[in-house]
Design a binder for this molecule. Sequence first.
Ligand SMILES: [Zn+2]
Length: 376
Amino acid sequence: MYARISSDVEGSGLEVTRQLEDCRKLANSLGWSVAEEYVDNDMSAYSGKRRPAYERMLADLRDGERDAVIVYHVDRLTRRPIELEQFLEALDAAKVRQVRFVVGDTDLSTGDGLMVVRILAAMAANESATKSRRVKRKMEQNAAASLPHGGYVRAFSYAEDKVTVIESEAVVIRQFAERFLAGESLRSLAAWLEDNEVATVAGKPWRTTTLRAVLASGRIAGLREHQGVIVGPAVWPAIISEEQHRRIRALMQQKAVSGRRAPRRYALSGLLRCGKCGHPLYSAARQTTRRYVCVSGPDHGGCGRLTVVAAPVEELIAKAVLYRLDTSELADALAGRTAQDEALAEVTEQLAGDRAQLEELATAYADRAITMRANG
Ligand SMILES: [Zn+2]
């Protein structure tokens, strides 16, 4: 098992303990015994500083001491595409075929799996290179507008003092708690919000993930939470009862455990765009055929009029990506050498956006795998 703490990418909110915990769970479910946990503390990853544990793991792989690797996500494993290639070479030389990721799991023994892991590594590297630039610009903007750091927004149904109840929103929460407990889906509740033009506190349309977080929160039951654990009654008034809160959590847990959703096996989910309306396409299988579809409704907002069979598209994209990866322009972009170039800066922003989207999906996936702790 390999884990790394760093400050380079968005996903790094993940402390090492959580990475290790989830990796151990995966090992457990695979029935693998863990020979060693390699951990690096690498706060400035992109600088190219040495990682002793990582190097030790590579050496052990090459020496045939290890026959499998588990990592949380490929962005924990490698910081630059060239490191990924070194890792893949080491695997090849040692004939190690067993590599698993907690998030973004792909089969490295197939061409498609290799393609996916290379794309993820390229995106992680790109994120590292552009992040410092974006953060700096954001801080300058905030300073110019006299805004505090970070974006504080109030919680739905409470005013900005975090204590006063906003009755018009509390009514919605009470009603939703009852409807959810009566069996209505989050998707249908989110659709109701959309139809009635009720926005989130950030002024955005509701997603089921946002709605789930609100309904599952101890906050609306007047409970103070710390790191996902209820620590006692809060100073603010409750909107729903503690008993309702417990039943909502239990119901969500039950749905998560029943696992109606399959693990993600669609490399391009959320990355492809509908040719008719421009919205991202998501995975949907029909019997044994893997497909990408334009999904209408609250979470997606597409037109629902486009469906494409996955395999040929993935093959086409694989070819296009490999072609692009082979250009000196991309090598420069990944190395951060073209930050001055306007056109390329725009493309790298887009890439960063797409990656954030990918990360969001991955996080949602991870959240299901680790019960509801992260929803608090
Ligand atoms: Zn569409």
